[in-house]
Design a protein around this ligand. Structure first.
Ligand code: FAQ
Length: 332
């Protein structure tokens, strides 16, 4: 369903970038990117490449960590032991994704403490989607199906991003996200085929998560300041609009299959383009959520800060243990 085929016509030559770098190093770097070689941490890279990767990977890591909150909220209220065990495993997976991603970002020279400080102070972004509340159990179905579905759509091409540690982290992340998407779709299917009340609850969750899921892919290409450069450096392998279109084309038939209505009166199959035309996205809402004005944005950051402060003793204990181990080793 989620193809890993990245061959695309017209994505050929990497263009020259920023002026202030050593031209020979720059040329060699560009040739390696154009040849689809991975760039590794100790390799020379343009400063702007390092900066944009640090930005994207750290924001991605923050999204995984903040993204544990909306679902974590339902672990104690899952409707059965089976659902609880699955949800617990999923939320733990997201923690793991955050950790691989922080490690990948650290290889670019920014410490984890710096990244976390940037999140807690509001300087760093994380995905808009996690600033919406989870009101009913059906939201857990909608998140797995739509949010993880959108995340996979975006992350599959990142398995071939030009920076080696990021690409390798994505391989396992994508496998796990695929399980997350299926468990979400399974919850959604069961509710949509359940009692009239369950079906109503599922449709309501679908209505609330549909548009924010389309926003996850970022602004339209003609309004995306980073896309052109990131495509040239092969950090991004597909643009925001291309991925959004693919997501709509895959998800609409899934909704129809389980009897849900996509909350978009303008949605229409376009034979000529071989995809759906869909209604206008509310970009004002998107930008206000990006600015930190999402419905539960303040609660999310407060929860992260409190978790960081309350659990300081765990970090201190781990560091003390490591120091003792090193001291014993030195004395032996
Ligand atoms: N939310 O020029 P572009 C998940 C910002 S993981 C907030 O297009 P770019 C798993 C963007 O940062 C979900 N901000 O930027 C899970 C930039 O601002 P900046 C996260 C957004 O980087 C599931 C500005 O707008 N996935 O869900 C958003 O080329 C369930 C201009 O935008 C990733 O992070 C947004 N939605 O493209 C976990 C994937 N969109 O930084 C738990 C990796 C844009 O210049 C539970 N990231 N902005 O100040 C990417 O692929 C890219 O960074 C994009 C944005 C596509 C998100």
């Amino acid at each position: 369903m989620y193809t890993t085929d990245l061959s695309k016509p017209g994505s050929a030559k990497v263009q020259p970038i920023g002026p202030a770098e050593d031209p020979a190093l720059l040329e060699a770097f560009e040739a390696r990117v154009a040849a689809d070689e991975f760039i590794e941490p100790k390799d020379w890279m343009p400063e702007a490449y390092r900066r944009t990767l640090t930005r994207q990977i750290s924001q991605h890591a923050h999204s995984e960590i903040v993204g544990m909150l909306p679902e974590g909220n339902w672990i104690t209220r899952a409707p059965s032991l089976r659902r609880k065990a699955i949800l617990l495993a999923k939320v733990q997976d997201e923690a793991g994704h955050g950790l691989y991603l922080y490690c990948a970002a650290e290889t670019l020279g920014t410490s984890r403490e710096q990244m976390i400080e940037a999140l807690h102070s509001g300087k760093a972004k994380y995905s808009t989607i996690f600033n919406y509340p989870t009101l009913t159990w059906a939201d857990i179905g909608a998140i797995g199906w739509l949010v993880d579905g959108a995340a996979i759509m975006n992350q599959v091409p990142l398995q071939r991003t030009s920076y080696g540690p990021y690409a390798r982290a994505m391989v396992r992340v994508c496998k796990e996200e695929s399980f997350h998407q299926r468990q979400g779709y399974e919850i959604s299917m069961q509710l949509a085929r359940g009692t009239p009340e369950q079906k109503r609850m599922m449709q309501d969750a679908f209505n609330r998560w549909w548009w924010p899921s389309l926003m996850m892919f970022g602004p339209p290409d003609d309004n995306s300041p980073n896309t052109a450069q990131s495509m040239r450096w092969r950090i991004k392998r597909e643009t925001n609009d291309e991925l959004r279109q693919k997501f709509v084309d895959i998800t609409v038939p899934q909704a129809e299959f389980i009897g849900l209505t996509v909350p978009d009166p303008d949605l229409k199959w376009n034979e000529e383009k071989g995809g759906y035309d869909f209604g206008a996205i509310d970009w004002e809402e998107f930008y206000s959520v990006v600015k930190g004005e999402g419905p539960v944005a303040k609660e999310r950051i407060t929860a992260r800060r409190e978790a960081w402060e309350k659990n300081a003793w765990v970090r201190e204990a781990a560091q003390a243990h490591e120091a003792k181990k090193q001291a014993r080793k030195a004395a032996a």
